[in-house]
Design a protein around this ligand. Structure first.
Ligand code: COA
Length: 178
C-alpha cells in the first residue's frame, strides 16, 4: 500500500501501536452514529487491535485503509478508506464491483479541512492507479460527510438502496483524465 503525503498530512498504513487512537476514535458516538446499519461504539481495546490487523490484511496496491497523521506533530487525526462496497442483498453481502471512499476523523481535529485534504489525495491515488469511478454512500443526515464529498468534487446522484441494505445519499467521482 502506498504512503501518500499532502501539505499538512501523511497517509500511511495502520500499525499495531496505533490501537489507542483507533479505540479512542471508534468508541465515540459522534464518530460512529452514521456508520453501519446499526451504529455501535467499540467497547474494548482488543477490538481496535483486531480492526488494525484486518485493515493491514486488506491493504493492496489500489485499495487501502490509511492512517492519517498530521505532519507538524505526528499526531493521528483520522482515517481514509478506499475499498470495494458491498451490494444490498441477502447476507453475507456480496461485492458490487464499485469502489467506495470513506473518512472517519477524530472530533478533536474536525473543522480543519484535514478530511478533505486527505480524501483528495486518496481519490487522486485511486484514479492514478486505474480506477474510473469512486462512490461515497452517506446517511441523509450526515451533512458533514456530504460536504467532504462536495469539496473533493464528487457529484450527488440522489438516494439509493443499492449498497449495504441501507438507504444512502450517493455521491460519485469520475476520472476525467483522457
Ligand atoms: C465527516 C467528517 C470526516 C468531516 O470532518 P470535517 O472536519 O468537517 O471535514 P473537513 O476536514 O473537510 O473540514 C471542513 C471544515 O474545516 C474548515 N476548514 C478549516 N480550514 C480548512 C482548510 N484549510 N481547508 C478546508 N476546510 C477547512 C471548513 O470551513 C469546514 O468547516 P465547517 O464544517 O464549519 O464549514 C467528520 O465529521 C467525521 O469524522 N464524522 C464521523 C465519521 C463519519 O460520519 N464519517 C462519514 C461516514 S459516511
Amino acid at each position: 500500500m502506498r504512503t501518500l503525503r499532502t501539505d499538512r498530512l501523511s497517509l500511511r498504513p495502520w500499525e499495531p501501536e496505533d490501537a489507542n487512537f483507533v479505540y479512542d476514535l471508534y468508541s465515540r458516538w459522534e464518530v460512529q452514529r452514521f456508520i453501519g446499519l446499526v451504529p455501535r461504539m467499540m467497547e474494548d481495546r482488543s477490538e481496535a487491535d483486531r480492526l488494525i490487523a484486518k485493515c493491514r490484511e486488506l491493504n493492496h496496491s489500489v485499495h487501502g485503509f490509511w492512517a492519517v497523521e498530521r505532519l507538524e506533530d505526528a499526531r493521528l487525526v483520522g482515517t481514509i478508506l478506499l475499498k470495494g462496497i458491498p451490494a444490498s442483498g441477502e447476507p453475507p453481502l456480496q461485492p458490487s464491483g464499485e469502489t467506495e471512499i470513506g473518512w472517519h476523523f477524530h472530533p478533536d481535529f474536525w473543522g480543519n479541512g484535514y478530511a478533505t485534504e486527505a480524501a483528495s489525495a486518496v481519490l487522486a491515488h485511486g484514479f492514478r492507479e486505474g480506477l474510473h469511478r469512486v462512490i461515497a454512500a452517506t446517511s441523509a443526515e450526515n451533512s458533514a460527510s456530504q460536504n467532504v464529498c462536495r469539496r473533493i468534487g464528487m457529484k450527488h446522484q440522489g438516494t439509493t438502496n443499492s449498497y449495504y441494505n441501507a438507504n444512502c445519499e450517493l455521491f460519485l467521482a469520475e476520472d476525467v483524465a483522457p
